[in-house]
Design a protein. Sequence first.
Length: 425
Amino acid sequence: MKKVLIITYYWPPAGGPGVQRVLKFAKYLPEFGWQPVILTVENGEYPAIDESLLNEIPYGIKIYKTKSFEPFTLYKSVTGQKGNIPTTVLSRYDNESLIQKLSKWIRANVFIPDARVGWIPSIIKEGKRIIEKEKPDLIFSSSPPHSLQIGAMKLSKQTGLKWIADFRDPWTDGFWQKELKRTRYAIKKDIAYELSVLKNSKAVIAVSESIADLLNKKVVNKYFAIPNGYDHSDFDGICKQSKNIFKIVYAGSLRKSQIPNNLFTALNSLKEHNRIKNLEVDFIGTVHTDVINLIKENNLEDIIKLKNYISHSELINEIVNADMLLLSIPNTQNSKGILTGKLFEYIATKNFILGFGPKDGDAAKIIKELNCGIMLDFSENPEEVILEKYNNWHSGKTILIENDTAKYTRKNLTKKLIEVFESVL
């Protein structure tokens, strides 16, 4: 077998969507003649922990873990925050303390490109040792955090090993960047890092065509789009259960820029006019505090439930047993290319997807291609869409969507990854 050294910050027991892409690639690579060797962090700060994902690590795979300096540890001690750092930590909040504002400013202007920059020295040091021992044919690094791409670039230069950079999100054009107050120097330095990575990698992979096009305009290179997908085995043995409520589910974190205000207005109207009964809306994951305020303002405390992070297997069960699934692409510039793994797991359930985001974005195109839902602009009112699907459910009509999603399985997408590997060797 050929070998590939995979550099990733997110690896089990890390939870959340960031870990799924690399974990699933590692699972299916051996079926195509490639053996993954993992280089990850030992003391990572993750938005969530999911011990169940440890069971998905392929048997016999070699995993190397290194220590990293984590400024979030200091952040927690200064602010008094306990537990995991949510993905919404950099979002803007009302009534922030001076310490919180200062901490965010330091994160945005000192730790460039991100708070994981302290892992770079270990990537290089341990990476050299792994390469000497394992003799991989290739380096593959997946971000964010984008700082690991800098470590992978330096490792490639010092060892002469070819390297492919994988982007699950944009870098300097990421929607979260708009929430940071950065100096001109910080912005300039971040852009320089990004351009250097794009220039020196043998190929660049992105999760969507739009992100690939965005990066290609910066530096000419070999670009490939391989989306996130779903693993059919995650759905084995999970059956949809009959119930006496119409359940709408949103899975994942919800930043300030993702909040669909009109959704809450629509739910309030449906409730006040008694057009829907037996309705439950679940938000599973971390939400911005503005969501809590919207729930109160619209008198939806009896309808909307906020639930903490649950294991991936439990989450699959929740979305399978939903009657409608909510998707929200950030309402910012350069968000057209955002394609989360959540979208594809939604698709696999065959439930209707109500999305908010750019109607010409990559997510909207896939939803239209598979005829599995609708993408609304943030200014549009979803009331009639919700009411129509509720009435179908109430009358007993089957609302599961039948379509061919085979090309979005993790196994088939891993096959595409292999084709990229072979193209640079």
